[in-house]
Design a protein around this ligand. Structure first.
Ligand code: ADP
Ligand code: MG
Length: 255
């Protein structure tokens, strides 16, 4: 069993992804709307301004599903992914991960749930430039009670699994775009998360490198939930389900 596979204890292949699976969906959004508060107008006394980024989004996602989130720029894709990852609490509605309702938690506990259950591949990678590829991958384990030797071992294994076994001591600036993206994916996986959110994961890659990154993400989706935001048709074609957003609203969906 490879490092990217999950232990049978966490996934039951017989039930994974099935409609009659008695477990709660891995991800559930129920009536989620989000309004960003904008800084006051020209005069502080002016009316408060806000921007509605999500409108009444409801969705259940079971394990073993890659969901493609599509829509034009500004349609709310990143906001949706951030809500799933617990990086923002929507103005109304609820987001639950594995039956845990994030909106009911305080900041600390929500961050803890995120660290345990969610891997995030940010748009533009967000790697720390002064740390080696291996140290970047190991970073989410710091402060989680995992010893240094174990952190290094796991980070090395993951880099090997994404094809970067010979780049462990390279700095991000010494890697190509595709390699940096694979480091970011390895980092998202280091805690063995149930959910991976990837925002425009192929946005900065050429099509061949992008295809490799997608192959990696889809293989991960066999035992997890992967949410993939993109406006690129080739990227979205790997998804098992699709959600199309327009102005923060779901205008089309599979299943
Ligand atoms: P997408 O990822 O589909 O391009 P986003 O979720 O980033 O869309 O943005 C949805 C809408 O919310 C856009 O109109 C954007 O300008 C606005 N928005 C995003 N982030 C913020 C923020 N931090 N503050 C205010 N408005 C924001
Ligand atoms: Mg975005």
């Amino acid at each position: 069993m490879g490092i990217l596979d999950r232990s049978p204890a966490t996934t039951r292949p017989d039930a994974v992804g099935r409609e009659d699976d008695p477990r709660p969906p891995v991800v559930r959004l129920d009536g989620v709307s989000h309004e960003y508060q904008l800084a006051g107008g020209r005069f502080r006394s002016g009316p408060a301004r806000s921007l509605q980024a999500l409108r009444d989004v409801s969705i259940d996602i079971r394990s073993g599903t890659v969901v493609g989130v599509e829509g034009p720029s500004g349609s709310g894709k990143s906001t949706l992914l951030h809500a799933v990852a617990g990086l923002l609490v929507p103005t109304t509605g609820t987001v639950s991960l594995l039956g845990i309702e994030l909106s009911e938690l305080g900041d600390r506990r929500r961050a803890q749930v995120r660290r345990r259950h969610v891997g995030i591949v940010f748009q533009g990678f967000h790697l720390l430039p002064s740390l080696s590829a291996r140290a970047n991958v190991a970073l989410p384990l710091v402060g989680e009670g995992v010893g240094r030797a174990t952190r290094r071992k796991r980070a090395t294994e993951l880099l090997e699994a994404v094809g970067l076994g010979d780049r462990t001591t390279h700095l991000p600036g010494e890697l190509s775009g595709g390699e940096r993206q694979r480091v970011a994916i390895a980092r998202a996986l280091v805690t063995d998360p149930d959910v991976i959110v990837a925002d425009e994961p192929t946005g900065e890659l050429d099509s061949k490198t992008g295809a490799k990154v997608l192959e990696l993400l889809t293989s991960l989706g066999e035992q997890r939930v992967v949410l993939l935001a993109s406006h690129d048709a080739a990227t979205l074609s790997v998804a098992d389900r699709r959600i199309t957003l327009h102005d923060g609203q779901v205008v089309e969906r599979d299943r």
